[in-house]
Design a protein around this ligand. Structure first.
Ligand code: TZP
Ligand code: MG
Length: 211
């Protein structure tokens, strides 16, 4: 499946009603995010699937592919565009086998070794970070930009940088051969998610097109 990884909005519904959460997703889509990930660590399968269907309906209206974090079953059940697996989730190769060739499989890779393994297993893109300290994912080890760049050069698939990124600090990536960035807080916690997304998209495009 074709996708544009330039501005990958990873969501966090914590502390919001469905309506409030879906309104943020909609504003982000209006602002130009190119991919959305539903990332729910606390919900059981039934509740995760329910929110996935609601989120997909919003994303579909804007033509933005929806990726489901961690759960191949939820991705298949809601007919999402794909699934994202981390190093403690099922291996990329198994995720690929389960979803088939037509869905997007993304993977977290913090080292060149992990990147090569994910690519060999059939990953379509990689997420690498955390670039900056983040309160969204506790116990995340920081990834130096030099290592991010090594990961980008090691595989022929898009690599997105993640972790603590916002419009004010992403210049650290100005010489990096990334395909995009992934953010949670910079959009989720913004008082104006649409404008935040538009600004991030413009800045990320400038980096991606330059390198
Ligand atoms: N993986 C590495 S850092 C991170 C994830 C899911 C969280 C990024 O969130 P934020 O709020 O953009 O720092
Ligand atoms: Mg995971």
């Amino acid at each position: 499946m074709q996708f544009d990884p330039t501005l990958y909005f990873v969501t966090d519904s914590t502390g919001r009603t469905d309506e409030e959460f879906l309104a943020v997703v909609e504003r982000a889509c209006k602002g130009g995010v190119t991919l959305v990930q539903l990332r729910e660590k606390e919900r059981g399968g039934r509740d995760y699937l329910r929110l996935a269907r609601l989120t997909k309906a919003v994303c579909d209206r804007y033509g933005v592919p929806l990726i489901i974090d961690d759960r191949v079953d939820i991705a298949l059940a809601c007919d999402a565009a794909g699934v994202h697996v981390g190093q403690s989730d099922i291996p990329v190769r198994d995720a690929r086998r389960l979803v088939g060739p037509d869905k997007i499989v993304g993977a977290t890779a913090k080292t060149v070794e992990q990147a090569l393994e994910a690519y060999a297993g059939g990953a379509d893109y990689l997420g690498t970070g955390a670039i900056y300290p983040t309160t969204t994912k506790v116990k995340t080890i920081l990834t130096p930009v030099s290592r991010l760049n090594d990961v980008c050069r090691a595989v022929p698939i898009p690599v997105v940088a993640i972790g603590g990124l916002n419009a004010g600090n992403m210049d650290i990536l100005c010489d990096s051969p990334i395909a995009g960035i992934a953010v949670v807080s910079a959009i989720m916690k913004s008082t104006d998610p649409q404008n935040a997304a538009a600004e991030l998209l413009e800045k990320t495009r400038a980096i991606v097109e330059k390198n």
